[in-house]
Design a protein around this ligand. Structure first.
Ligand SMILES: NC(=O)c1ccc[n+]([C@@H]2O[C@H](COP(=O)([O-])OP(=O)(O)OC[C@H]3O[C@@H](n4cnc5c(N)ncnc54)[C@H](O)[C@@H]3O)[C@@H](O)[C@H]2O)c1
Length: 288
């Protein structure tokens, strides 16, 4: 997009972590902001901070996994600002960790409902609107987990592979239809956010607390995996750094957006292994 000034950004999962940083960065670019999130308290805090910083902003509470909440989000955006231009389908949860066969159906559904169905509903709701005025860009938040298959994170891996292929498919379709609507598929490595506390927003969770896992006894593979991921996230990139990359990707119409180079080798290796029909080796970040 040549300029973002005066256009409108809608960000799902915009009350925390990367989504909140996207809102702040787009506001600095002179955009009007629609913060969408399921968590009312965090949403109110984010909206107040953006407004205090001088942004034109509204907050819309809704659950990304519900089609009707996506429709309400579009309606609220049009009502407040006339149109949506940059749509960041970013809401996501870490999901439950454990061997794939041990996770409950509720564990699988929670993660796929938010991470994958949230993006599907977002595309079904917002892309026809963007096509109707022809000036827009969709940013989907996938993950390195959309290109690798770490053990003990099956629902998350499945959801993020889904988001990656959906984004790529959408890109091809928009080009085939002669549209100039842009697509960016953001694939972050580890970013220091609240993602490991995702269970706070899980439906049916009585008390928000640390994410449970449906895996093994303490000290087992799942527990070690969660500890490693938690440490990597605590030492991860600042959300503001990722927001800067997203801002630039929207401006330059960049499709794949990775935040780290340490995953390039494992991803390339995976593609080589597929081409050579070899068994997959365990993915791990590598210094260049
Ligand atoms: N943090 C990382 O290391 C990392 C890495 C790769 C991808 N991601 C992805 O980045 C995205 C943003 O996550 P984050 O790391 O900023 O975490 P975060 O927990 O700080 O932010 C996620 C936001 O999504 C909201 N949310 C959760 N369920 C929702 C629902 N059903 N409807 C609407 N909003 C909902 C939360 O309230 C929260 O505000 C997610 O899609 C996540 O999977 C994160």
């Amino acid at each position: 997009m040549d300029t973002l000034q005066g256009r409108t950004a809608v960000v799902t999962g915009g009350a925390s972590g990367m989504g909140r940083a996207f809102c702040e960065r787009f506001a600095r670019a002179g955009m009007r902001i629609v913060v969408a999130d399921v968590e009312q308290g965090a949403l109110d805090t984010a909206v107040a901070a953006l407004r205090e910083g001088g942004a034109e902003v509204i907050g819309v509470r809704g659950d990304a996994s519900r089609p009707e909440d996506n429709e309400a989000l579009l309606a609220a955006t049009i009502d407040a600002f006339g149109a949506a231009n940059v749509v960041c389908l970013n809401a996501g949860v870490s999901g439950t960790n454990g061997p794939s066969w041990k996770l409950s159906l509720d564990d699988w559904r929670w993660t796929l409902d938010v991470n994958l169905w949230g993006v599907i509903h977002g595309i079904r709701t917002f892309v026809p609107h963007l096509l109707s005025h022809g000036d827009g860009h969709v940013v989907t938040t996938a993950s390195i987990a959309g290109h690798t298959s770490s053990p003990y994170g099956a629902p998350y891996n499945v959801s993020k592979h889904g988001v990656a292929t959906l984004s790529e498919t959408l890109f091809h379709e928009l080009r085939k239809e002669g549209s100039t609507i842009g697509v960016t598929c953001l694939c972050p490595g580890f970013v220091n956010t609240n993602i490991m506390r995702s269970a706070r927003n899980r439906p049916g969770t009585a008390t928000p607390g640390p994410d449970a896992h449906g895996g093994d006894e303490a000290g087992g593979g799942t527990t070690r995996f969660i500890e490693v991921v938690r440490r990597m996230i605590e030492n991860g990139k600042a959300p503001a750094e990722v927001a800067e990359l997203v801002h630039d990707a929207v401006r330059t119409d960049q499709f794949w957006l990775f935040t780290d180079e340490v995953w390039d080798e494992p991803i390339s290796r995976r593609h080589r292994e597929i081409a050579e029909r070899s068994a997959p080796s365990t993915p791990a970040p590598r210094k260049r």
